[in-house]
Design a protein around this ligand. Structure first.
Ligand code: SAM
Ligand code: ZN
Length: 165
């Protein structure tokens, strides 16, 4: 008999367990086809001020939040409140998933390619800060995805030679 999914939000595509990248991660339970919609990134929609109240970067050694920034007005989904297992999908610089945001500020995670059973799911967090990151910022946002093309940080970096806009 097949094993019953555990947990209220048990997702049919992946399970959450310890990851080599960071803490807990999400791992494919079966072969997943390119383009499959895997899960919605749900949580409480909050503004910048509330996000800063909840997560104080100065008190963290390394960046760790359950926020997903949405829209153009500093809003974020905080998956620490009312979130599901989507919040355990780690970042990779060579991801097998992508997060797509819709006009209503909802975010869904899709498979970017065929994913084999047991593979860890990941998308590119592409965190942004509004200035050129310092060495300290790069260390704070260190990436441990282990991909051959790892850029060393979960921050989105401007390409060398890219024109300023
Ligand atoms: C939404 S959580 C992901 C789940 C996380 N692994 C956990 O157990 O809480 C996002 C946080 O996980 C960590 N993280 C995710 N991907 C990472 C990576 N490639 N390298 C280093 N830390 C990562 C960072 O601390 C990030 O802020
Ligand atoms: Zn990386």
């Amino acid at each position: 008999m097949p094993k019953a999914p555990s947990g209220v939000n048990a997702n049919p595509y992946f399970e959450v367990r310890r990851s080599k990248i960071h803490g807990l991660g999400a791992f494919a339970l079966k072969k997943i086809r390119k383009g499959t919609r895997l899960v919605e990134y749900v949580g409480e929609l909050i503004d910048d001020d509330e996000a800063s109240r909840r997560y104080d970067d100065r008190k963290m050694k390394q960046h760790h939040t359950f926020l997903f920034g949405v829209g153009d007005e500093g809003m974020a989904i905080d998956a620490a409140v009312g979130g599901n297992e989507a919040r355990f999908i780690n970042h990779s610089c060579e991801p097998n998933c992508e997060a797509i945001e819709y006009d209503d500020l909802r975010v869904f995670i899709y498979a970017l390619r065929t994913i084999e059973p047991g593979e860890e799911l990941s998308y590119d967090y592409a965190f942004s800060i509004d200035y050129k990151p310092t060495k300290a910022d790069l260390a704070f946002y260190v990436c441990k995805c282990g991909a051959p093309g790892c850029r060393g940080t979960t921050l989105k970096l401007k390409k060398k030679g890219a024109k300023k806009r």
